[in-house]
Design a protein around this ligand. Structure first.
Ligand code: ATP
Length: 434
């Protein structure tokens, strides 16, 4: 089979070819008709001069419904009327699958279709080159993350997604009936990646699903997302973790700019690689910026969507897309984060990208007695975390790590307005199918 390469790999020298694809469009001008045939790589023009081709063939081809799948055999001719510089004059064709009429939504029509209609018909939505390109890019991003991690000696791990206790607070846990026992869908691989720090596998990463029963309907929250988690032992401070994230994101952006050129062109996007090191802002500075611009926030509050946006706007004016927010109050952070003794602060950070949090992380509490104290302070029962805590009893090195939402990362790289645009089949409070 010959594919329709937009690099123009169909040439006149190919002579007779068979090309397969979707009938994107048919234009019948009476004496001559054209089919635009589309496959993964682009489109090709099938040209049908009425007098020069078999009348039955002409009839059948011009009566095809849009989006039907066909295989066309014909002669390649040079053409200065087409983007590829060639066209195919058909001699035979096979109808592989006829598309129903009308289509649930158009592929090339310039009409604004609601997000819901698009998601309900995602198989059709994905036929649009600019939608498909997002997922070509996403695939590259995930590949590049793995490359960056391998270069830095991280082991690629998989941890359970059906778990006995949550790590990120009870409010967003999905319950599962596990053979009569209560269980949950994992909110993050937090407890497992930390347990591994006591094993000698001292640098691990995972790219896997995380589940959060988010009751809010925002453009950045879904109930199932893909998290790129990392954990590393023998750190001296949380800055060691921040430096590693920075290296990974920089590797992704630098290489995506080159390798993703073709898809970025389809999206009309250019990637700007932020200068390193990424600027540091303290939580207190951020809070002040948000309050100065009218947000009613008080010390300890989450900056929230609005607060993050304000800080994003201020940082954008200074030419900074990516920046860390450090020195969060320990109260605002989970039990596993290490406190900065006597300050009320924590060794934690968030990484924000264009006005949205894409990652949080920090140095973990690796000292068993302090960890138990932190659990109790947060109202958790250490007995519920027995197997996790065991890993801290018999020699646990200092360690830290992060979780980055892959969907948010891709959405921000491509300036997509909603995280759902970066997810093939998003799940949210109102959507369970397709
Ligand atoms: P937010 O404050 O935005 O709700 P969070 O503080 O709950 O996020 P963390 O628990 O720190 O998020 O998770 C780490 C990262 O995982 C986030 O920075 C984000 O990129 C991603 N993430 C978390 N929850 C979601 C979600 N519901 N949908 C999409 N991505 C998410």
């Amino acid at each position: 089979m010959t594919s329709i390469k937009d690099s123009g790999n169909i040439s006149k020298e190919d002579g007779i070819v068979t090309v397969k694809g979707w009938v994107q469009d048919i234009r019948n001008l009476g004496g001559i008709s054209f089919i635009t045939l589309r496959d993964r790589h682009g489109t090709l023009q099938i040209t049908m001069p009425k007098k020069k081709i078999d009348p039955d063939l002409f009839e059948s081809l011009t009566r095809l419904s849009r989006e039907s799948v066909i295989a066309v055999t014909g002669e390649v001719k040079e053409s200065n009327q087409t983007a590829l510089g060639v066209e195919v004059i058909p001699t035979a064709f096979e109808l592989c699958s006829e598309a129903g009429v009308p289509l649930p939504m158009g592929v090339v029509d310039k009409v604004n279709v609601e997000m819901d209609t698009r998601l309900n018909n995602r198989f059709m939505d994905l036929r649009k080159p600019e939608v498909k390109a997002v997922f070509e890019i996403r695939s590259m991003v995930i590949g590049l993350i793995s490359e960056a991690m391998a270069k830095n000696g991280f082991v690629n791990i998989n941890t359970p997604k059906i778990v006995a206790s949550g790590a990120e607070g009870g409010a967003t846990l999905f319950s599962v009936d596990y053979f009569g026992k209560p269980a949950y869908l994992a909110q993050s691989p937090q407890l497992y990646k930390q347990m591994l720090m006591s094993t000698g596998l001292d640098r691990v990463f995972e790219i896997g699903p995380a589940f959060r029963a988010e009751h809010s309907n925002t453009n950045r929250h879904v109930t199932e997302f893909i998290s790129f988690d990392g954990e590393m032992a023998w750190i001296n401070k949380e800055e060691d973790v921040m430096a590693m994230i920075e290296e990974a994101i920089d590797y992704v952006l630098v290489n995506l700019k080159e390798r993703g050129k073709k898809h970025l062109e389809v999206l009309g996007k250019e990637i700007t690689v932020p200068k390193r090191p990424y600027p540091l802002l303290t939580y207190t500075e951020c809070l002040k910026m948000a309050v100065d611009r009218g947000l009613p926030l008080k010390d300890g509050d989450d900056l929230g969507t609005e607060g993050e946006k304000i800080i994003g706007d201020i940082m954008a004016e200074k030419g900074n897309d990516l920046y860390f927010i450090i020195e969060y109050p320990e109260e605002a952070k989970p039990f596993y984060i290490m406190e900065k003794e006597g300050t009320g602060l924590s060794f934690s950070f968030d990484l924000d990208y264009k006005g949205q949090e894409i990652s949080s992380g920090g140095q973990r509490e690796h000292r068993y007695p302090e960890l138990v104290k932190r659990m109790e302070k947060k109202g958790l029962d250490p007995n519920d975390f027995e197997s996790y805590l065991n890993a801290f009893r018999y020699g646990m090195p200092p360690h830290g790590g992060w979780g980055i939402g892959v969907d948010r990362l891709v959405a921000k790289i491509l300036d997509l307005p909603n995280v759902r645009e970066a997810i093939l089949f998003p799940r949210d409070i109102g959507r369970l199918s397709p």
